[in-house]
Ligand binder design. Structure first.
Ligand code: ADP
Length: 277
């Protein structure tokens, strides 16, 4: 169902949707940080194309700039050089009209608010009318039926992350940016969350960029995995994941799945060796 209503301020904002159905287009992206007396080049000439409605994972050694790419794509930071276009717009334009959904490793829920009230928060911030049926639908979608009135302290880590994802979806964003949303969870919970995320993504067709350290997670969820080098971050290679959908836990035991994981693992090992060497 459509959660937007005719009185939403964002509905009237003319979004220059490009004829070619643009997804996320990152070109020559460079980011330098001031660190005391020296400058750190976090990203150096990143190029990445992500098709609209597709799922891309960004994989790479710690500190290679994955989160920086995500934050710039979210309009939370600016580039030193290069451009990022999201659905034909600069990130800040989409962010200002609340068409980007973002979730981080720390679910960052407000402890005094119920599940339902946490999910509703972006509607309040955006000045949108409360859409209770849609919030209820999201609660069902992320598998939290019966927990609408629970406070975060009564939820497990996995449940909190599901709330964070529902909250990121409540404004029906065109683009979903996820920074290690399941990084703090144990393996079993993480696998269940991956299944859940696949289900949510396939029902919404949201252009999704996921930062992750986990090779199986990247392979399981993605249409494309972009592998980054150690700092300064560059895209080493992008690998198309042409596994059939919907992907099942059994698929994770297939030779094809393991082959893709091995390919990425070797490339990642080489990227780490470059950094350490
Ligand atoms: P990743 O997500 O791959 O672990 P980050 O994007 O967090 O990497 O960081 C990339 C590099 O940029 C790291 O060396 C980090 O220390 C540096 N960095 C990130 N944010 C800042 C900042 N605000 N100020 C200075 N350096 C930063």
């Amino acid at each position: 169902m459509n959660g937007r209503n005719a009185t939403d301020p964002a509905v009237d904002v003319p979004l220059a949707r490009s004829a070619d159905n643009a997804g996320i287009d990152i070109a020559g992206l460079t980011k330098e940080y001031d660190a005391g007396s020296r400058r750190i080049t976090a990203l150096s000439g990143i190029n990445l194309r992500i098709e609209r409605g597709s799922f891309t994972a960004l994989l790479g050694p710690s500190g290679c700039g994955k989160s920086t790419v995500l934050r710039i794509t979210a309009g939370l930071e600016t580039a030193t050089d290069g451009t990022v276009q999201v659905h034909g717009q600069p990130p800040s334009s989409l962010r200002d009209v609340h068409r980007l959904g973002v979730a981080f490793q720390d679910s960052a829920l407000l402890p005094w608010r119920s599940v339902e009230a946490n999910i509703r928060l972006p509607l309040e911030i955006a000045g949108r009318r409360e859409n209770r049926p849609y919030v209820d639908e999201l609660i069902r979608l992320v598998g939290l039926d019966g927990f609408a009135r629970s406070r975060p302290r009564h939820l497990s880590g996995g449940m909190k992350q599901r709330v964070a994802i529902a909250r990121a979806l409540v404004l029906e964003p065109e683009v979903l940016l996820l920074d290690e949303p399941f990084g703090a969870l144990d393996d079993m919970t993480r696998q269940r969350m991956n299944l859940e995320l696949q289900r949510i993504w396939s029902s919404k067709a949201t252009t999704t960029l996921l930062v992750t350290h986990s090779i199986p997670e990247a392979v399981f969820l993605s249409d494309q995995v972009a592998l980054m080098s150690a700092r300064p971050g560059r895209i080493l290679t992008t690998i198309t994941i042409d596994l059939p959908r919907p992907r099942t836990p059994e698929l994770m035991r297939s030779a094809q799945f393991h082959g893709l994981c091995d390919e990425l693992s070797e490339a990642l090992f080489n990227a780490e060796a470059d950094r350490d060497g």
